[in-house]
Design a protein around this ligand. Structure first.
Ligand SMILES: [Cu+2]
Length: 117
């Protein structure tokens, strides 16, 4: 293989590499907050963690790990799940900063809070 062929191959490889980098760039620079998620588990008549702090844009998913039904209801009527049976989920995306207390409407002593920064 001549030196000239090697340098042509080298610059082709560089061009492919740069093209791949440019193609990947838009997805890397997409708003990273959109993919942010957080999990709250419902078990043994409690929400865990009882207070969860997330960035604005985060989707919080509650999963009922208890063997009895629960709900996830915002004290200020910001969100409200249906009755969640075992292993059912409810998700809500928090777009505005604030403190969001919530409770289970079946067992109102079950309370917890989402803090959005
Ligand atoms: Cu409950």
């Amino acid at each position: 293989m001549s030196g000239k062929t090697m340098s042509v191959l080298g610059s082709m490889a560089a061009a492919i590499f740069i093209t791949a980098m440019l193609a990947a760039a838009p997805s890397l620079s997409a708003n990273p907050q959109q993919a942010t998620t957080a999990e709250v588990k419902i078990d043994n008549f409690s929400f865990g963690p009882a207070t969860i702090t997330v960035a604005a844009g985060t989707t919080v998913t509650w999963t009922n790990r208890d063997d009895i039904p629960h709900t996830v209801v915002s004290t200020d009527s910001v969100f409200k799940s249906k009755v969640l049976d075992t292993d059912e989920k409810f998700s809500f995306t928090f777009t505005k900063a604030g403190t969001y207390p919530y409770f289970c409407s079946i067992h109102p002593k079950m309370t917890a809070t989402v803090v959005v920064k």
